[in-house]
Design a protein around this ligand. Structure first.
Ligand code: CP3
Length: 358
């Protein structure tokens, strides 16, 4: 609710507000927990239902999407579901010829490198993703009080796949286009912003209670370049969602130097990777924002006492922010042991409120 201050909100907490939404609005007592990529390859029940079904096909089957989205909620008792889909789904839906290759990621048939390439990007109409509307409706019915987080890719991260043609280490072609043809870059990112905003709006209209904008690869940029070439377009996406009244989480990897700008782009919550303690991240972002994160996913491979101590460290550091949603610093890896994630959830639920109150 952007028209009231956090303090005004704190005076009148609705009695049954889910912990995730309370954290977004700076009035939590519990610490909510969910995991990026909680639905996916680390779960045997996911691999079973996905058998023989290509990733992008699986995203178009509402009953299957609902099942996969619910799997981690059932198994872990996390405080939010993340919609099972992909940042590439809306691009596929407007007709971009692309695939998601297992073990590689998104692959684009005809990478966009000139003005003619932009013709691949028409506007997204809600009808293009009817299967999303249907899946969200099923989920909201089944989830009860557990919030569903909708998501989309931010313009920079989407552009990086479209321009490179696939995953990249240095984003050389993307930066070349950005720096070499600012007009074309602007047109590309404006179209992507409109597509992402519509994809999020579809999810919210169907019942999602919060959204996360993934700018996973924005950390490749300096703050100056982020401010000039990226922030205006991410702001377009986030400001459209502000009109819908749901909390907005804004996340990227390697963004320690960008956190303040990512908040200013129009987020309520800024996602933080594992490189910076949350207390320091929160100082950089400012008191107006909650934080989400940030256990290093690699820590999950350590013995439990180490995982437990690191989890408590994240809780203590997060307690210095006005709001804290516990998560990993990036997604669950395919090799992660589900048992370890279950223990982390239990620990956050058992000790989170007390550590926060200290
Ligand atoms: O559980 C969830 O987080 C919900 C579903 C979700 C997926 N992708 C499903 C998926 C979400 C939120 C995403 C977002 C996404 N997709 C991002 C941003 C998040 C991040 O991790 O930074 C990005 C960059 C993508 C693009 C993408 N799609 C990549 C890099 C990959 C992995 C490629 C690989 O195999 O290593 C995908 C495929 C993908 N998206 C899978 C899942 C479950 C794996 C598909 C499979 O092989 O089974």
């Amino acid at each position: 609710v952007p028209s009231t201050t956090p303090q005004q909100q704190a005076e009148s907490p609705p009695p049954t507000e889910p912990a995730l939404l309370a954290a977004c609005r700076h009035r939590q007592t519990e610490v909510p927990v969910w995991f990026m990529r909680q639905a996916g390859r680390s779960l045997p029940e996911y691999r079973k239902v996905r058998e023989g079904i290509p990733m992008l096909v699986s995203c178009t089957r509402p009953e299957l999407v609902a099942e996969i989205t619910l799997q981690p909620v059932r198994r872990y008792g996390v405080d939010a579901a993340i919609f099972y889909s992909d940042i590439m789904v809306p691009l596929k839906a407007v007709g971009v010829d692309l695939d998601i290759v297992s073990g590689t990621g998104p692959v684009i048939a005809a990478p966009i490198r000139d003005a003619a390439g932009l013709d691949q990007l028409r506007a997204l109409e809600p009808d293009d993703v009817d299967f999303v509307t249907e899946a969200v409706r099923i989920l909201v019915g089944e989830l009860g009080d557990t919030p569903l987080i909708g998501f989309a890719g931010a313009p920079f991260t989407l552009a990086s796949y479209l321009v490179e043609g696939g995953p990249s280490k240095d984003y050389a072609r993307t930066k070349a286009l950005m720096l070499g043809d600012e007009r074309l870059w602007g047109e590309l990112c404006s179209r992507l912003a409109a597509i992402s905003a519509e994809f999020l709006a579809v999810q919210v209209r169907a019942g999602a209670s919060a959204v996360q904008l993934f700018d996973s690869w924005a950390g490749a940029l300096s703050a100056d370049d982020y401010r000039r070439f990226v922030l205006p377009y991410s702001r377009q996406v986030l400001s459209r969602i502000a009109e819908l009244g749901v909390p907005r989480i804004h996340f990227g990897v390697g963004t320690s130097e960008l956190l303040g700008l990512m908040g200013a782009a129009g987020a309520d919550v800024v996602g933080v990777d594992w490189r910076l303690p949350l207390a320091e991240a929160s100082r950089r972002i400012g008191r107006g924002y909650a934080v989400q994160g940030n256990l290093d996913p690699a820590v999950l491979a350590a013995p439990w006492p180490v995982v437990a101590e690191r989890t408590r460290q994240v809780l203590r550091s997060g307690a210095e922010a006005p709001g804290h949603i516990f998560n990993l610093g990036h997604g669950v890896g395919p090799q992660s042991d589900p048992e370890m994630l279950a223990r982390v959830v239990d620990l956050v639920h058992a000790e989170g409120a007390e550590i926060r109150a200290e």
